[in-house]
Design a protein around this ligand. Structure first.
Ligand code: GUN
Ligand code: FE
Length: 455
């Protein structure tokens, strides 16, 4: 499949621009500009459709998709720890605080070695793209050079990436072998990364963006958190951190500061309209009100939460409060690079919260009735919802949005979608795709019209 910049694409598309509703665009024509942005969208029933197809054909820019192909928006993964990719599927039975100290920090410390960083980050970026993830919000390690390399590799391979040098300076939580030398050093490193990415000669279109990245309140001294808040205000960059992930984490912040995690982050200037808070499992109603007032977003990491979060994120409550929510894999807290798994686990977790999990309790006391959310909601969050939380014009097939997309081939060799009976309607087909597709079914991936993965 060619590069689609300057081309017109005719085929079948699914997307979910608004929450709770999916749209099937059957035989739509998308005209994609030289910059990879969708210029026009015509449905078969629209006036001028046949003429536009003829015109594209005559101009030699028409690309027709085969019958077995469906185009979905690329996924937006709102929470990834890039240097943790080697520990995917490692020690998931350990509590968060031990997992960090015994596995994660020693691994992340190895990113002082740029050859190791190159090997890991190349594999990660290639695997994200091959799995249909076209936008990734990523924590890197504490090392400036390796984080710059992650930005370089993302640019080279065409991943839309938001990348932060992880900041962590508090000796009470961070080991000697893996810690910013001081709050000042962490701030300088963050500023240097911002300058590097914003001034990168290959980044004129802004495909990669820098992110202010305090790891989480327990790992940062108060001066560092306040300094990063001030830096975020000055530069207007995105911010990412963890918030209310587990009982240990919440308790630690409460004990050290006398505040709730969300209140403390806000006090430090870190809760902005460009902030993404990871997990948020234990957020209270008033925390959610605060996040809503600041227009911050939440990265819901349903699979990781099973292992490290000690509870289920109340997704429906957050959405009803009006919070901007997207989905994250939390590599490597969640042992899958695939946002299809994130979608599936989002639905499953909400069902467990709804029905409850303790069979010893009577059904009416077992769960939080009404908490369930369906696959339509999860699909929206994994695409347009995550994009909105980041303020990016991607995630749906609308004029003005960049063409970030993945082609699902029902007949791909090695694929796992079995259509043994005709689906009742297009929505039933999309449901089947989302529940049964795998990497082999994702045969093409584009970011801003550029072909970035596939056969
Ligand atoms: N909290 C602070 N650091 C981390 C991390 O690397 N993973 C997860 N899941 N939670 C964290
Ligand atoms: Fe995380």
């Amino acid at each position: 499949m060619p590069d689609l910049r300057g081309k017109s694409l005719i085929g079948r598309f699914f997307h979910a621009p608004t929450r709770g509703r999916v749209e099937a665009l059957d035989q739509a024509l998308l005209k994609i500009g030289a910059d990879g942005v969708i210029e026009t969208r015509l449905l078969q029933t629209d006036e001028g459709f046949a003429e536009a197809v003829d015109e594209a054909e005559r101009a030699g820019v028409l690309v027709r998709l085969p019958r077995s192909a469906y185009v979905l928006p690329g996924f937006v993964d709102l929470h990834i720890h890039a240097p943790q990719y080697p520990q995917l599927g490692t020690a998931l039975d350990r509590p968060l605080e031990d997992w960090l100290q015994d596995y994660t920090f020693p691994l992340e410390a190895r990113f002082a070695d740029l050859a190791f960083a190159r090997q890991v980050y190349t594999a990660l970026v290639e695997d994200l793209l091959a799995n249909g993830t076209t936008t990734a919000l990523m924590f890197a390690s504490i090392h400036l050079e390796a984080t710059q390399l992650l930005a370089d590799i993302s640019l080279e391979k065409g991943l839309r990436a938001l990348v932060g040098k992880t900041a962590m300076d508090d000796p009470a939580v961070c080991p000697d072998f893996y810690r910013d030398a001081s709050a000042g050093a962490a701030l300088d490193g963050t500023e240097a990364l911002i300058e590097y990415i914003q001034g990168h000669p290959a980044n004129k279109a802004g495909l990669v963006r820098p992110v202010v990245t305090p790891r989480f309140a327990p790992s940062c001294t108060d001066p560092l958190l306040r300094g990063l808040g001030e830096l975020a205000r000055r530069c207007g960059c995105h911010v990412q951190t963890h918030c209310s992930e587990s009982d240990w984490e919440e308790g630690y912040v409460q004990q050290r500061t006398g505040r709730r995690d969300a209140e403390y982050l806000d006090d430090c200037g870190l809760m902005t309209s460009r902030t993404i808070l990871a997990h948020g499992v234990l957020l209270s109603g008033s925390d959610m009100d605060l996040i809503h007032a600041r227009q911050s977003g939440v990265a819901h990491c349903a699979l990781s939460n099973v292992y490290f979060s000690t509870a289920v994120f109340p997704l429906r409550a957050a959405l009803e409060k009006g919070l901007r929510v997207g989905l994250g894999t939390d590599i490597a807290g969640g042992p899958s690079v695939s946002m299809l798994d994130a979608i599936r686990m989002t639905v499953a977790a909400s069902r467990m919260l709804d029905e409850g999990v303790d069979p010893a309790l009577p059904p009416d006391r077992r769960g939080r009735k009404g908490a369930r959310q369906d696959w339509r909601v999860a699909f929206h969050l994994a695409t347009a919802g995550g994009a909105e939380a980041l303020g990016l014009k991607v995630g749906a097939f609308e004029p003005g949005q960049a063409f970030d997309a993945q082609l699902i081939d029902l007949d791909a060799p090695g694929g796992t979608i079995r259509l043994l009976d005709d689906p009742a309607d297009p929505e039933a087909l999309l449901e089947k795709i989302l529940y049964t597709a795998s990497r082999a079914n994702i045969t093409e991936v584009w970011v801003a019209g550029r072909a970035v993965a596939g056969r």
